[in-house]
Design a protein around this ligand. Structure first.
Ligand SMILES: *Cc1c(COP(=O)(O)O)cnc(C)c1O
Length: 384
């Protein structure tokens, strides 16, 4: 068999070495504390799982769903966006259901890029933006997210010759992996930049509901005129603790939604309707679990932040999301530090270099583990 060239373009899986090390340690009986994956450990709220139970018993849920999502789900998305951000969306042309937002994000590149086309991709970042660019035959132009810029891309540094050729630009705030957030000034600048160069601005808003101390993350669609140049991805995964449901949405610019729908109608047949029915309950029902959930994440954030600061680590305190992004100690690369930390303490974190070259020098901690495990992890790290 001969694989397609596009497969060879995907960078090799970076954690092969770490995974081997972890397996070997597990076999020796070491108690590994895995702070690597960002997958909520808290339960999906009861009223949502109850709606799912009911929907599974509904014979109308068994068939092929409409490609763009059920009207009820798209209406629920529009309802939620209005309630949360006061943004008006037309459920018929500006909302599309996704099989998790990762699916929609990856497919959007195929809808926008011709071979050789440029995509403006942040670095470090959720790996899908870059790998989907490569799979679609595009060329990623990396936008470094530097600490001195608050982990926001410096749009003034993008050469005009690149900007004129770029088809799309991705932003993701609250950010994975840096924990950074974006204010209205930055979003306005991004919208203006994309208008000037006729670029589709793609906002990944997966963490908008995980925020602390009263901070409310913004939607890019709150910026006047944004709908003319922007689409936004959101997901039920993090907001409702249901990453396995695979349910998300793309909203905003109708031409982009339509282009995405042409790819999707040809490669998938939509999200299981029972999940969409449960999704309606999630989006339109009580949001009261968020207060509790965010209280838990905030407490965990404080455990990790205070513990690591005491141990001498440098880090920014995140206002949202569930990641901490400290610097590795002097004299280490990300990979060397993570490997040594695992070997000596059994604490597993992700090397920043796994999210791109500008992630080198950092590591990522996820706070999706119970308090006791985080306390124990911090204790072990401090004793290193
Ligand atoms: C978790 C996450 C998502 C959501 O993925 P789903 O496919 O909706 O589960 C999207 N973007 C980022 C940056 C994430 O971390």
């Amino acid at each position: 068999m001969k694989k397609a060239k596009r497969i060879a373009k995907v960078p090799p899986y970076l954690f092969v070495q770490i995974d081997k090390q972890r397996e070997a340690m597990k076999a020796r009986g070491v108690d590994i504390i895995n702070l690597g994956i960002g997958d909520p450990d808290l339960p999906t709220p009861d009223h949502i799982t109850q709606a799912l139970h009911q929907a599974i018993d509904n014979p109308r849920s068994f068939g092929y769903p409409p490609y763009e999502g059920t009207f009820a789900f798209r209406e629920a998305v529009a309802f939620w966006y209005h309630k949360r951000f006061l943004i008006d969306l037309d459920p018929n042309s500006e909302v599309m259901a996704l099989i998790g937002s990762k699916e929609g994000i990856a497919h959007l590149f195929f809808a926008l890029l011709d071979p050789g086309d440029i995509a403006l991709i942040p670095d470090p970042a959720y790996p899908v933006y870059k790998t989907a660019t490569l799979l679609a035959g595009g060329r990623p132009h990396l936008l470094p997210l530097l600490e001195k810029n608050g982990f926001l891309p410096d749009l003034k540094k993008i050469p005009a010759s690149i900007a004129r050729k770029a088809k799309l630009m991705f932003i993701n705030y609250p950010n994975n992996p840096t924990g950074a957030t974006a204010d209205a000034d930055f979003l306005e600048e991004a919208v203006a930049f994309c208008r000037k160069y006729d670029i589709l601005l793609c906002s990944d808003l997966a963490y908008s509901e995980i925020a602390f101390e009263g901070y409310k993350p913004l939607s890019v669609l709150e910026i006047p005129g944004a709908k003319e140049v922007a689409v936004e991805f959101h997901s039920l995964s993090k907001t409702y603790n249901c990453t396995g449901f695979r349910l998300g949405m793309a909203v905003g610019n109708s031409a982009a939604i339509n282009a995405l729908s042409i790819i999707k109608t040809n490669v998938d047949s939509g999200a299981y309707m029972a999940l969409q029915m449960a999704g309606v309950e999630a989006l339109t029902g009580s949001q009261s679990h968020l207060k509790e959930t965010n209280g838990i994440y905030e407490r965990r954030r404080n455990i990790v932040v205070e513990g690591l600061k005491k141990a001498g680590f440098q880090l920014q305190v995140p206002k949202a999301g569930f990641y901490i992004w400290p610097k590795v100690p002097k004299g280490y690369t990300s990979a060397k530090f993570v490997s040594e930390l695992l070997e000596k303490t059994g604490v597993l974190v992700v090397p920043g270099s796994g999210y791109g070259k500008y992630g080198e020098g950092y590591f990522r901690i996820s706070i999706t583990s119970p308090d006791e495990r985080l306390r124990e992890a911090v204790k072990r790290v401090a004793a290193l």
